[in-house]
Design a protein around this ligand. Structure first.
Ligand code: CMC
Length: 436
């Protein structure tokens, strides 16, 4: 962090002494005011529910300019990564700080593919779930359970343990998601095939059966790989902050990532892709494009809780750059499958157009986010709607680990412990039960 020459001065209208606060500059983006000594010197906390103005850490991993609609991983624009790199190169970038050269890529890919199988006991653990359980409920359990299977990578303070846990998590997430799917479909699990690419192997584990090989189509594999790249990290979002906070207690990496999976499930976060496709299905059912006006009316009604899922973002006040790329992928996939006239895609495009011109959305700077189109792509790939958020979790795992490892490796890191403004009852005395 580079100190700025400028200082912030905090003054109080009751005559209490004012306080100078240091300001730090990042590489790009807003400066931060360092309030760490505020409580010690003034006895006051800051108040910022929802972290609207609070930087919870400093980080070298991802940068978002929400007004411009810009997303960088380690300085590289997402548009370039999506076109020139594959997911495992992106994982290397997020974990180690730069894109791999050819030798590093070969080595990293070999390390990941060496760990794609899961302990055979995992399937018995999975068997305890109902077959109709939501995949995110299953994934929360399976990821947390990894700590019960891989005891040699649970010490978060040991860099070797963190490294092997990182590789294991990236390698095993596709296997676990595919197992959760196969279990729900009542089909036998397919073991990973390490000669396939990361995305192709996932499609094999999802769609092959012991009776039928699955021959992955290159356009679809590339689309899935792009979904993984676009979801790999997103700065200090809710699930990443959850992983950091959970990991700050010193718990093991698998437990911290399981906390991230649980947080991601919510419809305001990763669950939005599933909610978005369900919303498109609902509009389709009541009459499709003709009924968009009626639906938008409900969304704008202050008394209804209906939201346009896949629209809006805490940070982006412009078109989410991931949504642009996903829209492009959507065209490619539907073209490759001969589904250009897919009614849900047409509905999504019509809905997007109407919303982008509507005063309500314009005034609030509500634009499509990545989830607006990712569900349509995943559906076209044959992925069931209830599995969408699990795919997001699979892809975000590398971001969670990179952020967790960055925090633990920082010599200044402390357990995360927010404070509060207490507005409950003033101190009072317990009365004997007969007098209450
Ligand atoms: N539909 C209708 N109105 C909306 C929407 C929406 N999707 N999003 C925000 N608004 C309105 C909101 O009602 C508020 O209006 P008003 O000022 O009149 O009260 C205004 O826009 C500002 O919204 P906010 O709730 O203060 O914004 P936030 O930053 O707290 O919430 C959000 C961000 C993503 C939770 C929200 O936009 C939302 O719920 N979107 C739908 C869910 C979604 O698509 N989530 C995926 C996010 S991208 C993937 C990921 O990173 O997880």
């Amino acid at each position: 962090m580079t100190p700025s020459d400028v200082k912030a001065t905090l003054s109080f209208s009751d005559g209490s002494p004012s306080m100078d606060l240091p300001i730090y500059k990042g590489t790009v983006g807003p400066d931060v005011i360092d309030i760490r000594k505020l409580y010690g010197q003034t006895g006051k906390f800051t108040y910022d529910p929802g972290f609207l103005s609070t930087a919870s850490c400093n980080s070298t991993i991802t940068y978002i300019d929400g007004d411009k609609g810009e997303l960088l991983y380690r300085g590289y624009p997402i548009e370039q990564l999506a076109v020139h790199c594959d997911f495992l190169e992106t994982c290397h970038l997020l974990l180690y700080g730069d894109l791999p050269d050819l030798a590093q890529k070969t080595d990293f890919t070999a390390r990941v593919t060496n760990h794609t199988m899961v302990n055979e006991q995992m399937q018995f653990f999975l068997r305890g779930f109902r077959r109709d359980a939501h995949p995110m409920a299953v994934m929360t359990g399976l990821v947390g359970a990894l700590s019960a299977f891989y005891h040699d990578s649970t010490d978060i303070n040991n860099p070797q343990h963190r490294e092997i846990a990182a590789i294991r998590l990236i390698a095993k997430m596709p296997t676990l998601v595919a197992m959760a799917y196969k279990y729900s479909a009542g089909q036998p699990y397919m073991y990973p095939k390490n000669k396939l690419s990361y995305a192709a192997n996932f499609m094999h584990m999802m769609f092959a059966t012991p009776c039928e090989d699955y021959v992955p189509n290159d356009v679809l594999v590339r689309a899935l790989d792009r979904i993984f790249i676009l979801h790999a990290d997103h700065e200090q979002n809710a699930s990443t902050s959850t992983v950091r906070l959970c990991g700050s207690s010193g718990t093991n990496p698998f437990a911290a990532i399981a906390a991230g999976v649980a947080c991601l499930w919510g419809p305001a976060h990763g669950g939005a892709n599933e909610a978005c496709l369900n919303m498109l299905g609902d509009i389709q059912q009541i009459g499709g494009v003709e009924k968009i006006g009626e639906f938008i009316k409900q969304v704008k009604d202050k008394n209804s809780s209906v939201k346009l899922m896949g629209f809006g973002h805490r940070v982006y006040k412009n078109y989410d750059p991931r949504a642009k790329l996903m829209r492009e992928t959507c065209h490619e996939v539907l073209g490759a499958l001969g589904l250009e006239n897919d009614p849900l895609f047409k509905l999504a495009m019509a809905l997007e157009k109407i919303a982008l011109e509507d005063e309500y959305f314009v005034a609030r700077k509500l634009y499509p986010n990545v989830d607006f189109y990712s569900g349509i792509v995943q559906s076209a790939l044959g992925i069931p709607v209830s599995l969408f958020t699990a795919i997001f979790a699979l892809a975000r795992t590398v971001g969670w680990i990179a952020q967790l490892n960055e925090m633990i490796g920082d010599p200044e890191y402390k357990i995360g412990r927010p404070r509060q403004l207490y507005v409950g009852a003033a101190p009072r005395q317990v009365k004997p039960i007969a007098e209450r």
